[in-house]
Design a protein around this ligand. Structure first.
Ligand code: ATP
Ligand code: MG
Length: 351
């Protein structure tokens, strides 16, 4: 159905500034508050809703408005404009992960882990509130400032693409991420973990495990083993590969016990692999006084302090390193790996 561009129209207290995008059900506009001059994203449903569905939609919106979490796009308002439901939510100026990382691009392991952790935190929070997202995919992963990630379009069952309600064409964007049990109409919490597993797979190697026509993709979700990640990304540590493949188990019981457990296992696997030359629990090698040790100079002339700067994605690793060195009596000065010119490390080095 072709929809008129609503730019310029007023919905609630918002004036529609420009379209942001469109999905299977709705057009999304950037809106400006007429009094506060603040921005919001307005999701305007394409079809009007029948009375009996409206009640269900309202009760779902009433649940969503309570989902308040640093990694969740917040629902601000709900209005019905001449029979058309409109969901008003936080505007994410960074756009979607899909727009930011074009199809086929790969993210580093550190960035992937940082993003997956944030999405898992949002999903775990929703699961604890008894909400299944049902539509985890890069189009619903929005970028805030820095490396901050926001997940949108939570569990409005009536709005979530579902095989019962939609043609496979409308489902096209969602199908590559849909768990086998969800394809059968029985979504569970672990269905979100499966979708997040597909996202992780795609970010790590640039390709989703199952591609092809809608029918081929659905068949593969149910019957085919995902091609080993390391066929496409040979340097990927085997521990990381097995964590992702476990999230993609056909049987939801065989996945991780929770989406948070998946994210933690992924983080552990990626940092273990970075450190496999070292002891499991310690980042640094023991600082022994041995003349043949490369660390000998450490104990002779232990530096007064060590400057440590790491990107936010490596926070966990940096924290362990810091704790380790501190335990050995080496004072740490923490810096931030921020962009732009001279940072504290320069001034420190000059001292
Ligand atoms: P589906 O219909 O399967 O959910 P979708 O997520 O692409 O697919 P919509 O949720 O309708 O569809 O969103 C359409 C587009 O609008 C998104 O792809 C995104 O580019 C943009 N968009 C949605 N929500 C926001 C937001 N809160 N801030 C900024 N842009 C947004
Ligand atoms: Mg969406």
């Amino acid at each position: 159905t072709i929809m008129a561009d609503r730019t310029g129209q007023q919905i609630g207290n918002y004036r529609l500034v420009r379209p942001l995008g469109r999905g299977a059900f709705a057009e999304v506009y950037l809106g400006e508050h007429r009094y506060l001059k603040s921005y919001a994203a307005l999701k305007v449903l394409r079809t009007s809703v029948k009375d009996e569905d409206m009640e269900r939609l309202l009760s779902e919106a009433q649940t969503l408005v309570h989902l308040i979490h640093p990694n969740v796009v917040r629902v601000l308002e709900f209005v019905v404009e001449r029979g058309t439901p409109v969901l008003i939510m936080d505007y994410a100026p960074g756009g979607t992960a899909r727009a930011h990382y074009a199809r086929g691009s790969c993210l580093s392991l550190a960035t992937t882990v940082s993003y997956i952790k944030q999405i898992a935190a949002a999903l775990q929070y929703a699961h604890n509130s008894n909400i299944i997202h049902r539509d985890v995919k890069p189009e619903n992963i929005l970028l805030g400032s820095g490396q901050h990630i926001l997940l949108s379009d939570f569990g409005i069952a009536l709005l979530a693409p579902s095989p019962e309600l939609l043609s496979t064409q409308d489902m096209a964007g969602t199908l590559p991420y849909t768990a086998p049990e969800q394809l059968r109409g029985r979504a569970v919490f672990a269905s979100d973990q499966y979708a997040l597993g597909i996202v992780a797979y795609e970010w790590l190697c640039g390709k989703r495990p199952f591609e092809g026509s809608s029918w081929e993709i659905m068949h593969a979700h149910v019957h085919a083993a995902p091609p080993p990640l390391r066929e496409r990304y040979p340097e990927l540590p085997i521990e990381v590969e097995s964590v992702v493949l476990r999230a993609l188990a056909k049987d939801p019981q065989e996945r991780f016990v929770s989406v948070q457990a998946f994210a933690r296992a992924l983080e552990r696997a990626s940092s273990a692999s970075k450190l496999d030359a070292f002891d499991q629990s310690e980042v640094t090698a023991p600082l022994r006084e041995r003349s043949d040790s490369p660390f000998a100079t450490f104990s002779d002339k232990t530096p007064r302090s060590i400057f440590l700067s790491a990107s936010p994605a490596d926070d966990a690793f940096a924290a362990r390193l810091e704790a380790d060195l501190e335990a050995r009596g080496v004072p740490i000065v923490r810096g931030r790996d921020t962009s732009g010119g001279r940072d504290t490390s320069d001034s420190y080095r000059e001292e």
